[in-house]
Design a protein around this ligand. Structure first.
Ligand SMILES: Cc1cc2nc3c(=O)[nH]c(=O)nc-3n(C[C@H](O)[C@H](O)[C@H](O)COP(=O)(O)OP(=O)(O)OC[C@H]3O[C@@H](n4cnc5c(N)ncnc54)[C@H](O)[C@@H]3O)c2cc1C
Length: 597
């Protein structure tokens, strides 16, 4: 059998020592949680090193072969694995650990700490796009749902219609997720003020608490319960069939293995390495319907396709990757919805809250809000990304000098600052459906390292126009009488707010002196991410409407990389729904329409 990729098992990476070191660092560092490797919660979750070494191709006929191999146990991968395991054998490979006993992951109050933890064992992997925007990607079972801000809201009906999904199955799949892990938020004063201010400035009507995407102001769901405990997509594995599902953690897929003897390349298995750096291969059963399914996320899936030889031939050849399919669209049209924020200092301590309320405007922007993430003792020690105290309003590092080294030096000194400077909240403006697009390209063949990612934020003038409208609206929200009681001064002038906010939005983009005079410049210079990046494996370009990779047999991509826009105000509801939906569809196609799931 001609197995492309099969012979390329990498040498052991001696990860053991570095893993131990990271655990030691983790115990020493106040910014990191204490992973408990003994608690995997479900009996079918195991470390990757327990997988039998099967580097020979004959394994495809052996007991170790699966009906489905899913790469990536994230928002889409977990519900997909659960659903397929009802009737078929499933191997789920996840490069990270479990979220269950990790305090940084499990509690709302620690949201910023996971993002601040840039160690190799962190549940979030830091990356910076070539635009100079700091970003994170999940590296843990549950994927983004284990590190995100928790806001849960369904996709817009127009999005569902455009993708061509079966509305009845969509209507069954959202509640399947909601019943298991979604909660109604406990409303805090900051979010109440935000809701009242949105209505005050005309983002109406008030639609109350709803999962639906409706113009006006609403309160959405959250995956944090009333004790602030996070419920992730990993909990959707609770209803899996334990006889048919195996979940391997610390299993990093390196390549998809193909049989290239026929007319079309056919996926036959996956090459992965375990937590000790040792290589393994998992194989599909020898029938037409078995499939490798990539659910590795918007960065992970195009990255893995490229590393497996599916991508632009010229690019692959530069890195000596054997081309399995010359595919110009892999990694193209990557989009990250730009976020700009207004920092609002408060006149006293303020409860921590992540997103609970959203303003869905007709301007093509969504307004959301968070509060209180600057004031804990940990805040004084850690780097928080957008909630960053080190770049807060009294930061001593001038914007133009914010190199990573300068930020590092500042972080070390900030415990000397008075706690009051970390008090406040953010009004977040997310641009819906940006027209600016970028791409993902390989830099090397190491799957652990981030590829080069460019989003080209605000390269399209219409995106700038909408951002400006959104910022105008956001400043009105802050100036509304409903915020006056909470904020430090009675009347915040627009210029004063923008001045604070230029400093409070950290990125590596050079700043301009007219940042507070020109809203266009403000948008471009203070752009950060809301982590809703998507694309790279678009439907019609890389996969078909059933998410099958064009030109390849037995390979699908089911995750946010297939989206041409971020659904709803926040995408996780629709990504999890899609995992369930696609699993149910696949079962129905294989077992007949009557199959109940
Ligand atoms: C900080 C942050 C805040 C966010 N806030 C919100 C919010 O409040 N509300 C909301 O709706 N959305 C939010 N999101 C977005 C949402 O979480 C993502 O859109 C969603 O998780 C994407 O799902 P996915 O399945 O495509 O990818 P992911 O959930 O990222 O899953 C991909 C999985 O694949 C694994 N993987 C990748 N490569 C490999 C490999 N080679 N081998 C094995 N495993 C691999 C990863 O470790 C990961 O677990 C946020 C995201 C982040 C990062």
């Amino acid at each position: 059998m001609a197995l492309v990729g099969a012979s390329a098992a990498p040498p052991p990476l001696k990860l053991c020592a570095s893993l131990l070191l990271s655990i030691c660092l983790c115990l020493l560092s106040p910014c990191q949680g204490k992973p408990d490797y003994s608690e995997y919660r479900y009996p079918f979750i195991r470390k990757a090193s327990t997988f039998p070494s099967s580097l020979s191709s004959s394994a495809s006929g052996a007991n170790n072969a699966y009906d489905y191999i899913i790469v990536g146990g994230g928002a889409a991968g977990c519900p997909l694995a659960t659903t397929l395991s009802q009737n078929f054998s499933v191997l789920l490979l996840e490069r990270g650990g479990v979220p269950f006993a990790n305090a940084n992951v499990s509690f709302l109050e620690n949201f910023h700490l996971t993002l601040a933890d840039t160690s190799k064992t962190s549940a979030s992997q830091f990356f910076s796009s070539t635009d100079g925007v700091l970003n994170s990607r999940a590296r843990v079972l549950g994927g983004g749902t284990s590190i995100n801000a928790g806001f849960y809201t369904r996709g817009n009906p127009e999005f569902i219609r455009k993708v061509g999904w079966d509305q009845t199955l969509v209507n069954e799949s959202y509640p399947w997720v909601e019943k298991q892990i979604v909660h109604r938020p406990d409303f805090v004063p900051w979010q109440r003020a935000f809701k009242d201010s949105l209505l005050d400035v005309g983002v109406s009507p008030f639609n109350g608490f709803t999962y639906d995407h409706l113009y006006g102001t609403k309160v959405g769901g959250t995956i944090f319960d009333r004790y602030g405990r996070r419920h992730t997509a990993a909990e959707l594995l609770a209803t899996a069939n334990p006889q048919k599902l195996t979940v391997l953690i610390y299993a990093t897929a390196q390549k998809i293995v193909f049989d290239t003897r026929g007319n079309r390349p056919k996926a036959v298995g996956v090459l992965f390495k375990d937590e000790n750096g040792n290589g393994h291969q998992a194989f599909l059963k020898n029938n037409l319907q078995s499939e490798v399914i990539l659910s590795s996320g918007a960065i992970g899936s195009p990255h893995l396709l490229l590393l497996s030889g599916i991508g632009p031939k010229a690019d692959l050849e530069k890195l000596n990757i054997t081309t399995v399919l010359d595919q110009e669209f892999v990694g193209k049209d990557m989009v990250d919805n730009p976020m700009n924020t207004i920092f609002v200092p408060t006149n006293g301590p303020i409860n921590q809250s992540l997103i609970q309320t959203v303003g869905i405007t007709k301007l093509g922007v969504y307004l959301e809000s968070s509060s209180g993430f600057g004031q804990s003792n940990d805040s004084i020690r850690c780097h928080h990304g957008i909630m960053s105290a080190e770049i807060g309003q009294l930061s001593t590092v001038p914007p133009k000098q914010r190199t990573p080294e300068a930020i590092q030096a500042y972080t070390q000194n900030k415990r000397n600052l008075p706690h009051e400077v970390f008090r406040g909240g953010f009004i977040l403006e997310k641009l819906a459906s940006p027209l600016s697009k970028g791409e993902l390209r390989l830099i090397n063949t190491n799957v652990d390292e981030n590829p080069s990612i460019t989003f080209n934020y605000f390269s399209h003038p219409y995106d700038v126009e909408r951002c400006v409208d959104g910022i105008r609206l956001a400043t009105k929200v802050v100036q509304s009488k409903y915020f006056a009681e909470l904020t430090r001064t009675d009347k915040q002038t627009t210029e004063k707010l923008l001045n604070i906010s230029v400093k409070a939005n950290v990125n590596l983009i050079p700043k301009h002196t007219n940042d507070t005079k020109s809203l266009e410049q403000f948008c471009k210079d203070t752009v950060i991410t809301i982590w809703h990046y998507h694309g790279g494996c678009h439907i019609g370009k890389v996969v078909d409407h059933e998410h099958k990779v064009l030109g390849i047999d037995r390979l699908r991509v089911i995750d946010g990389s297939t989206f041409s826009e971020s659904p709803g105000t926040n995408p996780q509801a629709t990504v999890m729904m899609m995992g369930r939906y696609m699993g149910a569809k696949i079962l129905r196609n294989r077992l007949g329409l009557a199959a109940t799931v």
